[in-house]
Design a protein around this ligand. Structure first.
Ligand SMILES: [Zn+2]
Length: 815
C-alpha cells in the first residue's frame, strides 16, 4: 500500500477513499482502531509514513486533557485496584469487587442520579474545552477535586505499602497485628496521617464550595422545583396580564469574575379590555436577588423557591394604560460547583438571552417538565407538545413569547476594555469610563421578545450591502470560514429581499460564542453561532462536501423574514411557517450557489432523517402542516416537501404565495396566524389538477412506494429505439399511529429514460391512475436505464428500486 498517497498531502492518513468521491477530508486521529493503520503504515518498507505523521495522529489531543485529567484518573483507579488486592489478599474476590465498583460508578450517574463527585472515586466535574475560552470555568472544580482524590490516592498507596504481604505468604492469609506494627514504619504512619488529614480537609473545602457557597441539586431536586411550579401556578397560565411593550436594559458584565449586574426597565401595557389588578412574574434560575419596583404595585407574595412574584396593582391598570416595571438582579460565580451549571458568562465568550436577562410576565409554560415518563412519575397530567389549533386562547400568543407581541428594544452593555459587547440593533455610541467599555444599542423598529447579548475578545469582518451592515464577530484564531459566511450573508440578504421584501434590519451580524452550546439562533439582525457549528468546520469543495456553514447562515438569515416578520401562533404547525420555510430556503440558496446536485445530497440526508425520526416516534406523528415542533418533521420533511412543491407548482407560484402571505400577516399582533392560513395561500396558487398534491404533502402523512418493474427495448429500422417501461406505484396514507392504508391514485410522477453518458432521452411528468402503468416510448438513442421520480421529490422508503437497467428483447409484445 502507498501510505503516503493515502495521506493526500495532509498530516495523517485519510479515513476513506472512494473512487467516485475521492478522499474523505477526515483523518484517522487518536487512540482508536485507526492506530493499526499507523502501525502498518510506519512499518512499510517501501512507502512508510513520514515520522511527523505522529503529530497528525495526536493532533486532537491536548496535553492538559490527556495527562492532566485523563491520565491522573487512570493512575488513581490503578492504585485503588492494587489496594483492594492487597487488602483482600484474594485475587479472585479483589478482581470481582474492582469490576463491580467500576461498573457501578459508570452506570450510577444516570441510573441513580448519583453524581456527587465527593463520593465518586477519582471523578472530577465534567468539562467542555472551548477554543475561545480554554478550560474556562471548569478549571477550579477540576483542580480541587483532583487534589482531593489525589490525597486519597496517596493514602491508599501508603496503606497498600503497609499491608503488602512480605515473603512467601499465601493468598487469603489473615493479617497479624505484630507484622502490621512492623511494616507500618514511622515514615509510613506519617504519610497515612498527613494524607488522611489532607483528604478530609480538602473534602471540607469542597463541601463548602459545592454545597454552601453554591446550591447542590440533584436532577430529582430540579425536577421537583419544576413540578411544584406547575402545580402551584399553572392555574394562572391564561389569566389576563399586561404585555411587555418596551425593554431597556443596562447590563454590566465582568467577564473575568464571571459576574453580571442587570438593571432593566420594562413597559407593561394592558392590552385587554378590563382593568388588571394583579401582576404576576416568573423568572429564571440564572440571575439572583431580583428586586422589582413599579408605581402603585405592592408585593403580595414573593416565592423565592419557585421564582414567582405576585403584585397587587392599586389603582388597577386601566385598559390601554402602561406601567413601568423596573428590576435589578445579578449573578456572580462563587467558588466552584460539583458541575458547572451556568457557563453563560465567561472570561471570553458570554452569551445571555432574554430568558436569562429579564423576568417573564405571568406563568411560563417553558419552565414545565417535558418528558412524558417524568411527568407520569410525578402524577402530572399528559402535556401536549403544542396546543391544538382550536384550543381556547390558542392564537393569543406567538410560539416565541407568552408575554409580548412586538416591543421596542434598547440596551447599554458594559464589559472589559479588551472585549466587544454586542446586542441587537444599531450601535448608537461606544465609550470608556472607569476602565470599562460601554456600548449602547437600539433597534429602530419593534421586534419579537427574543434577544441576546454577547461579549468576547472579538475581531470583526465588515461589509456593506445596500445599506445593510454585514458583520462577523469572530474569535481571531477562527478565520477559516469568514469568506464563506460573508458570501452566504450577502447572497441570502440579496435573494430573500428580492423574493419577500426588504431586509427588516440595518445589520446582519454573525457572532461567535463558546461551544458550551452547539446551535445557531436568529435574534433580530443578530445571529449567535456556536464556535463548534460553522467557525471551525472544514469544508472541502473537492470532496463535494455539503457546505453546512453556508447552509446554516442561509437558514438563520431566512428567519429574519420567516419568524421575525411573520410568526405562528403557539399551536401545532407553528414551526412550519418558520423552520420549514427557512430550511427549504437554505436548500434553495445551496442550489443557487452549488447547483442542483448538491441539494440532492442534502435532500437525501433530510429524507433519511425524516424516515428515521418517524420510526422512533414515541407518541404520534402529525402531518407536516400540524407538526409538533419536532426537528425531523419541521426541518427534514419540511425541506423535502417544500422543495417538491416548488418542482410541482413552479418557483414563481410557490414564492409568490409565500410572499403574499408574509405581506398580509407581517408584524401583526394577536391573533397570530396558523399554518392553515398559509395553506390557504398555497392552495390558491395551485392549479386544480395539483390540489391533491398540496393536500397529500401538507395535511396527510403520505408515503409512496414507486418502482420500475421492467424496461425492455428494441431497435427500430430507422435507428431509433422503442421502449416499454413497466411501473408499479403505490401511495399510502399513514395515520397518527403509523397504520397505513392504500390510497387511490390520480398522481403525477416524473419518469425518465437515460442513455449513455447520463444523456436524458425522455423525461415527463406522467399521470398515474392505477398501481401498474405501462409506458410505450420511442427514443432517439440506446436507453440504459429507466427511473421513476428521479429527483426523489416524493417520500419513498425504498429508493433502490426506483430505477432499473434496460434489457433488449427480440420481439416487442402487443405489436
Ligand atoms: Zn431555524
Amino acid at each position: 500500500a502507498d501510505w503516503n498517497w493515502f495521506c493526500n498531502g495532509q498530516d495523517g492518513v485519510s479515513i476513506a477513499y472512494k473512487p467516485e468521491r475521492s478522499f474523505s477530508s477526515h483523518i484517522w486521529r487518536g487512540y482508536n482502531e485507526g492506530l493499526l493503520v499507523y502501525i502498518l503504515g510506519l512499518g512499510s518498507k517501501t512507502h512508510a509514513l513520514p515520522a511527523d505523521s505522529y503529530h497528525g495522529w495526536t493532533r486532537d489531543y491536548r496535553t492538559k486533557t490527556i495527562f492532566g485529567i485523563e491520565f491522573t484518573r487512570y493512575v488513581m483507579v490503578a492504585v485503588g485496584t492494587v489496594f483492594l488486592h492487597v487488602l483482600l489478599r484474594n485475587k479472585g474476590l479483589a478482581y470481582l469487587l474492582t469490576t463491580a465498583l467500576v461498573l457501578f460508578q459508570t452506570i450510577s450517574g444516570a441510573a441513580l442520579d448519583w453524581n456527587n463527585n465527593l463520593l465518586r472515586f477519582a471523578d472530577t466535574p465534567a468539562f467542555t474545552y472551548s477554543d475561545m475560552n480554554g478550560f474556562g470555568p471548569f478549571v477550579a472544580g477540576i483542580v480541587w477535586f483532583k487534589l482531593y482524590w489525589g490525597a486519597f490516592t496517596v493514602l491508599l498507596v501508603a496503606l497498600s505499602a503497609g499491608l503488602w504481604v512480605r515473603g512467601r505468604a499465601g493468598s487469603g492469609r489473615a493479617f497479624r497485628w505484630a507484622e502490621l506494627r512492623q511494616s507500618f514504619t514511622p515514615t509510613l504512619r506519617a504519610v497515612v496521617a498527613s494524607s488522611l488529614v489532607a483528604w478530609l480537609g480538602l473534602g471540607g473545602w469542597i463541601y463548602y464550595n459545592v454545597a454552601v457557597r453554591n446550591e447542590y441539586r440533584t436532577k430529582a431536586d430540579e425536577q421537583a422545583l419544576q413540578v411544584d411550579y406547575e402545580k402551584q401556578y399553572k392555574r394562572y397560565e391564561h389569566a389576563p396580564q399586561p404585555r411587555v411593550t418596551t425593554v431597556n436594559l443596562h447590563v454590566d458584565l465582568t467577564p473575568e469574575a464571571r459576574a453580571v449586574r442587570v438593571q432593566g426597565q420594562l413597559t407593561l401595557t394592558n392590552k385587554t379590555s378590563q382593568p388588571l389588578d394583579t401582576l404576576r412574574l416568573s423568572y429564571g434560575d440564572y440571575l439572583q436577588d431580583y428586586q422589582f419596583t413599579a408605581p402603585g404595585a405592592r408585593l403580595v407574595r414573593h416565592d423565592q423557591r419557585l421564582h414567582f412574584c405576585t403584585f397587587a396593582l392599586r389603582p388597577a391598570l386601566a385598559p390601554g394604560d402602561s406601567l413601568p416595571l423596573t428590576y435589578a438582579a445579578h449573578y456572580q460565580a462563587q467558588g466552584f460547583e460539583n458541575k458547572v451549571s451556568r457557563p453563560l458568562i465567561n472570561g471570553n465568550g458570554t452569551f445571555l438571552n432574554n430568558f436569562d436577562l429579564a423576568p417573564t410576565i405571568g406563568y411560563s409554560r417553558l419552565l414545565e417538565l417535558e418528558s412524558p415518563t417524568d411527568r407520569a412519575k410525578f402524577h402530572l397530567p399528559a402535556r401536549p407538545r403544542l396546543a391544538a389549533r382550536n384550543a381556547p386562547g390558542a392564537r393569543a400568543n406567538s410560539y416565541i413569547s407568552t408575554d409580548a407581541d412586538r416591543l421596542r428594544f434598547e440596551a447599554t452593555v458594559s464589559t472589559s476594555p479588551d472585549q466587544l459587547a454586542v446586542a441587537p440593533g444599531s450601535l448608537l455610541r461606544e465609550w470608556q469610563q472607569h476602565g470599562r467599555r460601554y456600548f449602547h444599542y437600539r433597534l429602530a423598529a419593534p421586534v419579537l421578545n427574543f434577544y441576546a447579548i454577547t461579549s468576547a475578545r472579538y475581531a470583526v469582518r465588515r461589509e456593506h450591502l445596500h445599506g445593510v451592515a454585514l458583520e462577523i464577530y469572530y474569535h481571531p484564531a477562527h478565520p477559516y470560514n469568514l469568506d464563506r459566511m460573508m458570501r452566504a450573508l450577502r447572497n441570502s440578504v440579496t435573494y430573500y429581499s428580492a423574493q419577500f421584501g426588504a431586509y427588516p434590519q440595518q445589520q446582519a451580524r454573525i457572532i461567535e460564542f463558546p461551544r458550551y452550546q452547539s446551535f445557531a439562533q436568529a435574534f433580530p439582525g443578530t445571529m449567535p453561532y456556536s464556535e463548534s457549528l460553522g467557525f471551525i468546520a472544514q469544508v472541502s469543495d473537492q470532496d463535494n462536501d455539503i457546505d453546512r456553514t453556508y447552509r446554516v447562515v442561509a437558514h438563520e438569515l431566512a428567519h429574519q423574514w420567516w419568524a421575525h416578520q411573520v410568526v405562528g401562533a403557539a399551536v401545532q404547525g407553528a414551526t412550519f411557517m418558520s423552520e420549514s420555510v427557512a430550511e427549504y430556503l437554505s436548500l434553495v440558496m445551496v442550489e443557487r450557489q452549488y447547483g442542483p446536485d448538491r441539494t440532492r445530497q442534502v435532500r437525501r440526508y433530510a429524507l433519511d432523517r425524516y424516515l428515521q425520526g418517524r420510526a422512533g416516534e414515541t407518541e404520534r406523528e402529525l402531518p407536516l402542516l400540524y407538526n409538533e415542533d419536532q426537528p425531523h418533521i419541521h426541518y427534514a420533511k419540511g425541506a423535502v416537501v417544500l422543495y417538491a412543491l416548488r418542482s410541482y407548482l413552479g418557483e414563481a407560484r410557490l414564492h409568490g404565495a409565500l410572499a403574499q402571505f408574509l405581506h398580509d400577516y407581517q408584524g401583526r399582533p394577536a391573533p397570530y396566524p396558523t399554518s392553515d392560513d398559509l395553506y390557504g395561500y398555497l392552495l390558491r396558487a395551485t392549479p386544480d389538477s395539483l390540489h391533491y398534491f398540496v393536500h397529500d404533502q401538507l395535511k396527510r402523512i403520505t408515503l409512496y412506494d414507486n418502482q420500475v418493474q421492467d424496461v425492455a427495448y428494441q431497435r427500430l429500422p430507422d435507428g431509433r429505439y422503442q421502449v416499454i417501461v413497466q411501473l408499479e406505484v403505490h401511495k399510502r396514507y399513514a395515520d397518527q399511529l403509523g397504520k397505513e392504508t392504500e390510497a387511490p391514485l390520480h398522481d403525477y410522477i416524473d419518469v425518465a429514460l437515460v442513455g449513455a453518458g447520463k444523456q436524458v432521452l425522455y423525461r415527463q411528468r406522467v399521470l398515474v391512475t392505477t398501481p401498474r402503468k405501462v409506458l410505450r416510448l420511442t427514443v432517439p438513442a440506446l436507453p440504459h436505464q429507466a427511473v421513476i421520480d428521479p429527483d426523489f421529490l416524493l417520500v419513498d422508503r425504498r429508493l433502490e428500486d426506483n430505477s432499473r437497467a434496460a434489457v433488449e428483447i427480440g420481439q416487442l409484445p402487443n405489436q
